[in-house]
Write a protein that binds this ligand. Structure first.
Ligand SMILES: Cc1cc2nc3c(=O)[nH]c(=O)nc-3n(C[C@H](O)[C@H](O)[C@H](O)COP(=O)(O)O)c2cc1C
Length: 210
């Protein structure tokens, strides 16, 4: 049986129930309909983001206010520990803003992407507030994220696991298996290993903390 994919949507907005909240609820609902386990968390710049390591896909979404991506999400990346905890994570980005898409792609998206060099960005999308109510726009984005995730997993080299390494994995709580397996395999692929050993699991774990 395949393990359930886990996604978390990290977002920020100054509005209580504005277009960002509407967008993330629609994106979350669509992901859940596709069988993904989804959580959402509103960002505080100085929060502890170590929990994101348990997720296979991290979606980052925010509106733009006065030419700047909403400050708590940007702050979490620039001065908080979010960037460190996103190491080797597969990401999707979305912005909600009033500017034309071309302008937003040049002015606003780089504010996030400059802090995410080295991450695999599965998909990125700029929504206008009007697009939020379009089921098609939300669905296209979600399908794109999931397709790119599957492509990324398919292109991965098939890793061998030693019995000892598998035992270590089985010793962890079941909800962590998918996330830890993904992190260790990403580390192995990046460093040219084809077999996951118990020792490699320790190395990958200590590297993750840096
Ligand atoms: C005070 C304010 C400033 C804004 N500044 C910008 C801006 O500089 N560039 C832009 O493209 N959109 C700007 N917008 C549009 C917002 O990004 C857009 O309305 C977004 O959907 C707001 O999200 P929210 O409903 O979650 O607050 C601004 C909106 C407000 C209310």
């Amino acid at each position: 049986m395949s393990e359930t994919l886990k996604a978390v949507i990290l977002y920020d907005s100054l509005s209580k129930i504005g277009s960002t909240e509407t967008a993330i609820n629609a994106i979350g609902t669509k992901l859940a309909e596709e069988g993904v386990y989804v959580e959402k968390a509103k960002c505080r710049a100085n929060a502890d983001y170590s929990f994101v390591r348990d997720f296979d896909i991290v979606l980052l979404g925010a509106p733009v206010y006065y030419f700047v991506v909403a400050s708590q999400l940007l702050g979490a990346l620039v001065s908080g520990n979010l960037k460190k905890n996103l190491k080797r994570k597969k990401l999707a980005l979305f912005l909600i803003c009033g500017s034309p898409e071309t302008m937003a792609a040049v002015l606003y998206l780089p504010q996030l992407k400059l802090n995410l060099i080295g991450n695999r960005i599965l998909s990125e999308k700029i929504f206008s507030p009007a697009m939020i109510s379009s089921e098609d726009a939300i669905e296209d984005f979600v399908f794109d994220v999931l397709e790119e995730y599957r492509n990324a997993m398919k292109s991965r080299i098939k890793m061998q696991w030693t019995d000892e390494a598998l035992e270590m994995l089985q010793g962890l709580p079941p909800f962590m298996h998918g996330g830890i397996r993904g992190l260790v395999e990403d580390y192995a692929e990046e460093h040219g290993y084809k077999t996951i050993t118990a020792e490699l699991m320790d190395i990958a774990r200590s590297d993750q903390g840096k």
